[in-house]
Design a protein around this ligand. Structure first.
Ligand code: ACO
Length: 338
């Protein structure tokens, strides 16, 4: 089974991250909206999140994370064949944020595009990059998950503004060692992607697109800000993250016992706990940083991955399961041997 799956990571794994320096604590939020540190901590597990400073843009954060990943991978920016930026909070509606990242990295004449799958964006990008590398069309792909959610939050809405934070995570992918045996081969083993568009209205930014261009009235109504029916998303998240994770493990002929680490989207500690129970994987094998960053959407999985790689928790040769779900509703999973 495994031999049939081409692998697509080399140089070890090149990971990187960038988070803004400014910390916004639950205590700070108590001064903005009718909330409490106790409610946020108990209901979500979040204690603080990072907020980009004025003048700091999505492409700046993405470039910083990308540079860190390139350095870790030992790949020069000039050797990239493609740049994918997963984000729903790009610098502007047009052009893609990836083009600014490309320019800031000082490269040109390679495809650079954005991918919109909200919190699942990094896993969508991982799957796309994997396909290009498996087919031999691309050799080195920079994939960044980045969000500047603090600028699209309604800071008067306590049901959303306490949940999210800013940040960027990145990986560099390249062809796997073709000579490695199936047992030793490193890289992407499987990816699974899903979307249920019938649930689109449960999590959205309704205004600012072609359907509802920005107007004075729309701005007054905060139509350019995140709206979410949190309870509905919660139920779907537990169910779908579990089933997608099982699917990625099953297709590789493995079982949950074979998983060394789970890097799941950091949306809510209670979601992570329930997914861990349903997968029968101890929570100790989950990489968790939600208490420090909150929900950073498409940046959440690569930031957690980078932290665990750099602090030595995730070791070469270990099997890592990733899963994420967000607006769409879109979700996905990936199994990677590091
Ligand atoms: N402080 C205090 N009270 C609050 C707050 C707050 N910040 N927010 C909501 N409440 C209140 C509500 O008003 C409600 O009060 P009521 O009972 O008097 O009406 C009560 O708390 C319970 O509200 P619920 O919405 O039922 O709270 P719940 O336990 O479901 O937690 C949460 C809400 C944290 C949003 C949870 O539903 C969740 O995590 N949902 C999933 C989020 C997610 O995974 N999103 C996907 C990714 S995001 C992306 O794609 C960009």
């Amino acid at each position: 089974m495994q031999a049939a799956l081409a692998l697509s990571l080399d140089h070890g794994l090149g990971t990187g991250r960038y988070v803004p320096a400014k910390v916004l604590t639950n205590g700070d939020l108590e001064k903005l909206v009718d909330t409490s540190d106790a409610w946020i901590t108990e209901r979500t597990g979040i204690r603080e999140r990072r907020i980009a400073k004025d003048g700091e843009n999505t492409s700046d954060m993405a470039t910083a994370a990308g540079r860190a990943a390139l350095e870790a991978a030992g790949v020069a920016a000039a050797d990239l064949d493609m740049i994918i930026v997963a984000t729903v909070t790009g610098d502007s509606p047009m052009p893609a944020t990836a083009v600014h990242v490309q320019a800031k990295l000082g490269v040109s004449n390679i495809p650079a595009f954005d991918l919109s799958a909200a919190c699942a964006g990094f896993l969508y990008g991982l799957s796309i990059a994997d396909q290009f590398i498996r087919t031999g069309q691309m050799r080195h792909v920079l994939l960044v998950g980045v969000e500047l959610l603090s600028r699209v939050l309604n800071w008067r809405d306590r049901t959303t503004c306490v949940l999210f934070g800013d940040g960027a995570g990145a990986v560099v992918l390249g062809p796997a060692d073709a000579k490695a045996s199936a047992a030793e081969a490193r890289g992407v083993i499987s990816t699974k992607l899903f979307t249920d568009g019938s649930l689109a209205s449960s999590l959205m930014i309704p205004g600012g697109g072609s359907q509802m261009p920005l107007s004075h009235h729309g701005l007054d109504e905060a139509q350019d800000k995140v709206q979410m029916v949190g309870r509905d998303v919660f139920k779907v998240a537990v169910k779908n993250l579990t089933s997608a994770s099982k699917a990625a493990v099953d297709v590789a002929g493995l079982t949950p016992a074979d998983i060394d680490w789970v890097v799941a989207h950091q949306a809510n500690m209670r979601i992570l706990t329930q997914v861990a129970q349903r997968l029968d994987i101890p929570l100790e094998r989950f990489v968790i940083n939600i208490e420090r960053y909150g929900n950073t959407s498409s940046a959440s999985v690569p930031i957690a991955l980078d932290e665990a790689v750099r602090d030595g928790r995730i070791k070469p040769g270990q099997t890592v399961l990733m899963c994420a779900l967000g607006a769409g509703i879109s979700w996905g999973s990936a199994l990677v041997r590091m």
